[in-house]
Design a binder for this molecule. Structure first.
Ligand code: BES
Ligand code: ZN
Ligand code: ZN
Length: 497
């Protein structure tokens, strides 16, 4: 899909269809030319409500306000309704600005267009795709606010990058587990690195053994697909900050010997969503050429059963020497992340360390399917993420650590147990388990993002399709873009050795 921005008036732009946003149910606005017809059709312009006037070649969409979080889903809903419709190849829209020179709405509109036109068709013989090739955005405004063509272009361009990265992540997550196994994830990373001039290192089982990542290796043992740890780097000259990202890349989570019930196992191809988000973020960071050194680490592993499987009652020793009593092999993500977090901290001293993981069902129970849980020792770092999530149109909420929950992870025979002895607070206890593998340097620079809810939802919601959402990508991009504009972080460290 190609975006063009033009100073020409909307009426002068040739297109197959015009998309018109009706804001706050103001059907009497001058932008709305078809008042009578819309009334006849019963169109009320409620948020995400559509009315296609086929003969007029106009698609009206209701939106509550000009906030990105309203614009993005409304525009996405409009575009989704055009999937499979071959008549519409060129569409046009006006520029909607909430404040003078504020291009946030324009960016959200661009993201909505690309996120809404997404469909995953890899396994369909008849592919129901979006046929739109050209999107023409006229600078003609909904309000009197002005915007320069340069800043409008920048907003559209960054929106395109952010949405394309989100769709890239969605494709990886939606891919079935026998097509997307750890080595396949590594190949995706290698290809991405080549295309975008990223550095890429892949650790094989031999190297993982040498690095003493025995917790990760235990989880991986029963699978015919051998594990990989992926390390991607974006290294600009004179970076303003160093950020490390770590992603859970369980290409399948059967639960292991603590086998999941049949109903819960379906969709567990999505347990690679954290790692896939890291891949998407690295793609966008490279395309935006952000002045931040960004390291992406992914623990790519498959959790299976078999004679060689790791077992409840096993005691594992993680890379940092801590012993872990395995009481449930389905709490495998934290074992993989423990080792990858240690490895990432050994390789890079970062100003910020963030991990993304579909870590617990408890997080979904606690905050619902649409919201990520953000945890960490530093309220400032957590707050930074919550704010970026909001600007990106993601839902995220803070979950707070406490000393009583920490005690529930005590083991009688090892340093720590991989599950809590309490049935409550599972998202937080998983976060506090990870905290045991964060060193003192990174303690207040780290946050853990549990994306178990929003990563994969089996119904359409807002700008997200059925299946993978690519959650985390836009939230982290906003964080990194904001860091790019700031001065003075912890004092730029970077790669060790
Ligand atoms: N991958 C799951 C968590 C999950 C659940 C992700 C639902 C997405 C949707 C994770 O590995 C897991 O199985 N966690 C267990 C932990 C428990 C054994 C302490 C869980 O949440 O039940
Ligand atoms: Zn599990
Ligand atoms: Zn898992």
């Amino acid at each position: 899909m190609n975006f063009q921005i033009t100073p020409s008036k909307l009426s002068e732009v040739k297109a197959d269809l015009e998309i018109i946003l009706v804001i706050n149910q103001k059907l009497d606005h001058t932008f709305v030319q078809d008042k009578k017809l819309l009334k006849k059709a019963g169109f009320r312009a409620a948020q995400d409500e559509l009315c296609l006037l086929v003969e007029k070649n106009r698609l009206y969409v209701g939106v509550d306000s000009l906030k990105g979080s309203d614009i993005r889903p409304a525009v996405a809903t409009a575009l989704r309704s055009l999937i499979g419709k071959k008549a519409y190849k060129r569409i046009k829209l006006a520029t909607y600005l909430s404040h003078p020179r504020c291009t946030a709405t324009l960016r959200a509109m661009t993201e909505g267009i690309l996120l809404g036109s997404y469909s995953f068709t890899a396994y369909k013989t008849k592919k129901n795709r979006c046929h739109i090739k050209e999107v023409i955005v006229s600078l003609e405004g909904y309000r009197e606010h002005e915007v320069s063509i340069e800043s409008a272009s920048r907003a559209v361009h960054n929106g395109e990058i952010a949405a394309a990265a989100t769709n890239f992540t969605r494709d990886i997550v939606n891919t079935s587990p026998d097509d997307c196994y750890p080595e396949a994830l590594a190949q995706i990373a290698i290809k991405l690195a080549k295309r975008n001039k990223l550095l890429c290192t892949i650790l094989s089982p031999k190297e993982l053994k040498k690095e003493k990542m025995d917790a990760l290796l235990a989880v991986a043992r029963a699978s015919r697909h051998k594990p990989r740890v992926i390390h991607l780097t974006h290294k600009p000259k004179k970076p303003k900050a160093v950020v490390t990202l770590v992603g859970k890349g369980l290409t399948y989570d059967s639960g292991g010997l603590s086998l999941k019930p049949a109903d819960y196992m379906v969709t567990m191809k999505s347990d690679k969503s954290g790692g896939s988000a890291v891949l998407g973020i690295m793609k966008a960071v490279a395309e935006m050429n952000l002045p931040i050194e960004v390291h992406g680490f992914i623990g790519a592993v498959e959790n299976m059963i078999g004679g060689d499987a790791y077992k409840p009652d096993d005691v594992l020793v993680a890379k940092n020497g801590k012993s872990i009593e395995v009481r449930n092999t389905d709490a495998e993500g934290r074992l993989v992340l423990a080792d990858v977090l240690c490895y990432a901290q050994q390789e890079v001293e970062a100003d910020y360390l963030f991990d993304f993981a579909t870590l617990t069902g408890a997080c979904v129970v606690g905050v619902g399917q649409y919201t990520s849980g953000v945890m960490g020792h530093s309220p400032k770092v957590v707050e930074r993420l919550l704010e970026s999530a909001k600007n990106a149109g993601e839902h995220a909420t803070a979950l707070h650590f406490n000393r009583y929950l920490r005690k529930t992870l005590k083991s009688e025979i090892a340093d720590i147990s991989n599950i809590s002895n309490s049935r409550y607070g599972g998202a937080i206890t998983a976060g506090q388990f990870l905290a045991e593998f964060i060193n003192n340097t990174h303690k207040n620079r780290w946050a853990h993002i549990d994306i178990a809810g929003p990563a994969f939802v089996e119904s359409v919601w807002g700008e997200n399709p059925h299946g993978a959402s690519g959650v985390g990508v836009r939230m982290m991009l906003r964080t990194l873009e904001k860091l790019s504009r700031e001065e003075g972080h912890n004092g730029t460290h970077g790669t060790r050795k």
